[in-house]
Design a protein. Structure first.
Length: 255
């Protein structure tokens, strides 16, 4: 805000925040919230059941090993997130990255549902797309909402995300269809249906992210611009001083 020269005006606007400010949140914001929700609908419910899934589908994996493999999603994010965030700050292109992350997540659930490729490949892959998605989607919210409503916008986005994850967990529970999932082996076809549900959420994420980019392009493409720019104050100051020096030199030459 200081770099943009908006810190003073933001403080004045923030004093006037009302619940009705939700109506000020633009279409781009709601499309971004839906994109976040659908992406996380495919990540969190999967990770919650990934250990049991690996034990049921793949031979030779005990509970401990399966848990390590499932946790590779967060291990990847732990290693990559900081570097990815710095990269996105300089590159920008948050809207396009949201689409790319959703598209690249599709093969993860397809491999898990219909192949016997080692599950570690899929969990590491998902960890990479998850890192890029989190670093590109969440920081996009301050770019598309009035700054005085930023806290409201972030809180509302989190609420919608959690509502989506909660509903997804209920649906996954119905698909798996057992009360003693930790003991009984769940049939493979049920796991396939669960992965297809994850695919459906990812496809919905692709649709909302593409729509987000279309709307954003019509309104200035702010999501796909770089946010870090080199300060231009010093060159401007030097250019401002040059005419003054030239005038003084002229006066001296006249005298």
């Amino acid at each position: 805000m200081k770099q943009l020269g908006l810190d003073g005006s933001i403080q004045e606007e923030s004093k006037k925040v009302r619940v009705q400010d939700i109506r000020r949140l633009p279409l781009r914001y709601w499309l971004l919230v839906l994109t976040i929700m659908f992406f996380y609908n495919g990540v969190f419910p999967f990770v919650a059941d990934a250990s049991k899934f690996i034990q049921d589908k793949y031979d030779g994996y005990d509970q401990q090993t399966a848990s390590y493999i499932a946790g590779a999603v967060y291990d990847s994010s732990l290693v990559l997130s900081a570097a990815v965030g710095i990269l996105i700050d300089y590159v920008g292109m948050r809207g396009l990255l949201a689409v790319l992350c959703a598209v690249l997540t599709l093969p993860v659930f397809a491999l898990l549902a219909f192949t016997f490729v080692p599950p570690l490949v899929s969990t590491l892959w998902l960890g990479v797309t998850y890192s890029f998605a989190a670093a590109s989607m969440w920081p996009s919210i301050p770019l598309v909402v009035p700054q005085a409503t930023l806290g409201t916008a972030m809180g509302l986005a989190t609420s919608v995300q959690m509502i989506g994850i909660g509903i997804s967990n209920l649906i996954v529970g119905r698909i798996l269809g057992t009360k003693s999932s930790s003991e009984a082996k769940i049939p493979l076809w049920r796991w396939q249906q669960m992965m297809i549900f994850m695919l459906a959420n990812t496809i919905a994420c692709i649709f909302t992210s593409i729509t987000l980019n279309i709307v954003d392009k019509k309104q200035g493409s702010i999501l796909n611009k770089m946010t870090k720019k080199r300060p231009q104050t010093e060159p401007q100051e030097e250019s401002d001083r040059t005419p003054i020096l030239n005038e003084e030199d002229d006066r001296r030459s006249i005298n």
